[in-house]
Design a protein around this ligand. Structure first.
Ligand SMILES: C[S@@+](CC[C@H](N)C(=O)[O-])C[C@H]1O[C@@H](n2cnc3c(N)ncnc32)[C@H](O)[C@@H]1O
Length: 242
């Protein structure tokens, strides 16, 4: 059993009693794992405490039984995801929602696209679930470097293909597109994202608040909504392509 702490702090390379692991998360947050319960006053002196809880070393367990952990080694039932400052630890609600939707989808023939891949967490899940080819794209060179590390670490080199680039440069058709992006890209980019998809394929979108769900659905109005999930105020939606 470990103690998990999520802190909002800009401090790096912390040296604290019992600290066995530290990793930058999204939005200025930091994940810390301790062997013993950490002194709360000490944590408070470092930043705002978002969460303190007991945890197993596998921090996230999906419905299929697959665990996602920042700690190695990888195993047939565990993906090891390092963030290195890129988005995609698994803790953010939008990532969790996408993981839940993708975990329940069976693999299909053709190529899957993870648009805005960050650490590659969603692309790696797809490859792990049996997709033979997953293109993982991000505009951020730092994210692509972390992604390459995560692909290698999980032994998924022949299945996940990293690409540094912008979503507008891509051409389909893809059997599945997952885009945990931002509203400012998902709505103005709807026609282009739609054009990337093969008939009969799937689109999974997240990265927006639940209050924006109707606007997102209006932007993809010719698609058939399949699933909608909301968690901690964030939303995800999946569609089938007619
Ligand atoms: C919200 S994060 C999602 C990361 C990961 N897929 C997840 O679900 O946790 C969005 C990612 O999209 C990338 N991104 C932003 N604009 C992009 C664009 N125009 N084309 C491709 N990727 C982009 C960002 O660098 C960031 O890594």
């Amino acid at each position: 059993m470990l103690f998990k702490v999520v802190l909002e702090t800009d401090r790096d390379n912390l040296c604290l009693p019992g600290l066995i692991y530290q990793e930058k998360l999204e939005a200025g947050r930091k994940l810390l794992l301790f062997e013993a319960f950490p002194p709360e006053a000490l944590l408070r002196s470092l930043g705002e405490i978002i969460e303190v809880s007991k945890t197993e070393p596998d921090l996230l367990k999906l419905g299929s039984g697959l665990a996602i952990s920042p700690l190695g080694p990888p195993a047939p039932d565990r993906l090891v995801i390092k963030t290195g400052g890129a988005f995609g630890s698994g803790f953010h609600p939008t990532t969790r929602l996408c993981l839940e939707i993708l975990d329940a989808l069976p693999p299909a023939p053709g190529v899957a696209l993870d648009l805005g891949t960050g650490t590659g967490i969603l692309a790696l899940l797809l490859a792990h679930k049996g997709w033979a080819r997953v293109l993982a794209v991000d505009v951020d060179p730092k994210a692509v470097a972390v992604l390459k590390h995560n692909i290698e670490q999980n032994g998924l080199g022949g299945r996940v293909f990293p690409l540094l680039g912008d979503l507008t440069a891509l051409k389909g058709p893809f059997s599945l597109v997952v885009a945990n992006l931002y509203l400012r890209l998902l709505i103005p980019g709807a026609v282009h994202i739609r054009s990337l998809l093969a008939s009969g394929g799937r689109l999974v979108l997240s990265g927006f608040l639940a209050s924006s769900l109707p606007a997102v659905k209006r932007a993809y109005t010719d698609l058939i909504p399949a699933k909608e999930l909301v968690y901690q105020g964030w939303a995800a939606v999946s569609f089938v392509i007619p």
